[in-house]
Design a protein around this ligand. Sequence first.
Ligand SMILES: [Zn+2]
Length: 351
Amino acid sequence: MLEYRRSGTRPLLGGLKLDHPDNSIHLAPAGQLTSVHEIAERLFPAYTVDGGSIHLAGCWLEDRRFLRLGNPAAGYRYLDESGSPVDAGLVARLGMQHTVPWVPPPEMPPDRLAKMVASSLALAERVGGNKGPLEVALIWCKYAEGKLRVTIGDQSADFLFAGWTAALEAPPFVCPHTGAASYHALATDDGRIVAAEKTARCARSGRRVLAEELVECDATGERVLPELTRICPVTERPVLAAVLVTCSLCCQEVSPRAVEAGICAACRSLRPIDGGEPPLDRLLAKHPGLKRWSKWKAAETAEVHVLLATRWWRRLLLVADKKTSAIRHAKLGNRLARLAPIPVDDLDALR
Ligand SMILES: [Zn+2]
């Protein structure tokens, strides 16, 4: 330690070699990490990387000084570089009460070190005010900054860490695709490195993707890839293409949930309409021969208008595309349950 004379205003520097590594004015927390290797050993165990590894992609260590004033009997005060008192919690966290001689890093030039010591002593002189002999010590705490890199296959993802090495904690990996913080990284089947908790497997294909990229099949409740689904024109919900059923009347592929006894909800809800309603008007304009039919009923889905007409004892069912008004299907029969397809070209000639 360097001791001030209480009566004087100048610190005693006699014989002190400020740039000498063994100089007892320089202390460091006994428990702090001092090498990149130690930092790696501290951080790496926090992470799980499925099928890959984690390593340091960069690490910078810097010694930051604190000033300790006082003596063992009266106790110590700790100041930062600006002369502000250091919070007791930080003193404890950085282990400033348990110190060892500091070994300066080679990158600290002697003249810079000498300047820093001189400014610290000047600060100690200004602050003063201690009972008993005023010992001055510089405590050098290592601060680390760097970059961690998760590598899986030929992909990698970086994230930053920073902190005092005495209290360095592994920061969570920040998923570059979801922003989620995690200590468990893995790769989706298309190679993206993501937070494990944010992934899920498609219930049908088994492919691992981000959970948010899956959709729920409205019929089975399974979470699956969107490309395996279609939007049911009746429920307007995604449904696995593999479980779609065909309505026996309108021939649309719809969700099983929209079908009862083979007929979709739209076809079950046909309601009477009069002339003047757009879908019917367009149809009659295109096929004037249909004006012979009456008692029109209609229903619609996201894709089509379903129209049902009666003439004598016969029934005619037409399914018209909503966008183009083109007739997708035409069916004719005596009973609704027994309609048979007829060529669309024959509509105008129907008697
Ligand atoms: Zn239908």
